[in-house]
Write a protein that binds this ligand. Structure first.
Ligand code: LER
Ligand code: MN
Length: 270
């Protein structure tokens, strides 16, 4: 099992970005605990240097398995489904601006809360139409660079748009791009999916990335998600990517990251 943990390259409000800032020091600690990769949450690729990232990751032998983008919503309120066309355009351009870095590291770009939340007075179908339009444009631009996008079904308390694997697969059908797939997150799945295992099987080879947090969004082992069953089901689909920890820094980030790896490694799946 290839394991990574989420690190935000800059300060961020998003609570479950387990680590924030201090890139070099945190990458060194994460490698020291036995992780194989570090998933980076990057609000704006303009703020990071690909060369610096490569140097820090190479120094510790870590892979960059995926790039998170949700802080463009969290900090700046950029959204594919805003009623304001200039905000929608800014969101699309921001998401396309991740393509060079993603191509360099061969990492899928995560689409989480950048899809936004349907604004008051706007119909759900209008939001879905904006979403499909934005995703088609981004996927077409990324395809030329060999880059993939992974849309994450999120629980109902975060957005009204795309809660389940079934919703995600309908969206994939509408977008119609082979470089557009899903990121599944056990925290959201535990809330929304009738069966985590059945939903993983349903998503199959459209799973481009995978997040783990327990039912309470603490590190795996702190709640009631059956990780052995979920991860065995994941690998049975033929998944070869990373299992990436995105959990609350509780009781603190270092303890959570060490508890997670101490729990997941001995499961000895794959
Ligand atoms: C991001 O990966 C995530 O899981 C969301 O909860 C972001 O709001
Ligand atoms: Mn997630």
């Amino acid at each position: 099992m290839k394991l990574s943990v989420v690190l935000s390259t800059h300060a961020a409000k998003f609570e479950a970005a387990t680590f924030k800032g201090d890139l070099a020091a945190n990458v060194a600690r994460i490698a020291g605990w036995g992780y194989d990769g570090v998933e980076l949450a990057i609000r704006d690729p303009k703020l990071v240097s690909g060369d610096e990232l490569a140097a820090v990751l190479d120094a510790h032998g870590l892979t960059l398995p995926a790039i998170g983008t949700g802080q463009a919503w969290g900090e700046e309120r950029l959204s594919f489904t805003s009623a304001d066309p200039t905000i929608r355009r800014a969101a699309i351009e921001r998401i396309k601006s991740h393509i060079p870095l993603a191509a360099r590291f061969n990492a899928p770009v995560i689409l989480g809360l950048i899809r936004g939340i349907t604004p008051a007075g706007q119909g759900h179908e209008t939001s879905m139409a904006y979403l499909v339009e934005a995703l088609r444009e981004c996927a077409a631009t990324a395809a030329a660079a060999g880059v993939r996008y992974a849309l994450e079904p999120l629980n109902r308390y975060e957005t009204d748009l795309i809660h389940t694997v079934a919703d995600g697969l309908d969206l994939i059908e509408r977008v119609g791009a082979s470089n557009f797939g899903l990121l599944l997150d056990t925290f959201h799945m535990n809330i929304e999916e009738p069966s985590i295992e059945a939903s993983i099987r349903l998503a199959g080879d459209r799973i481009f990335h995978f997040h783990v947090a327990d039912s309470n969004r603490w590190y795996p082992g702190a709640g009631h998600v059956d990780f052995r069953s979920a991860l065995e089901t994941l690998y049975a689909t033929g998944y070869t990517g990373f299992v990436s920890g995105e959990f609350l820094p509780k009781p603190d980030a270092a303890t959570a990251a060490q508890k997670a790896i101490a729990y997941l490694r001995p499961l000895d799946i794959r």
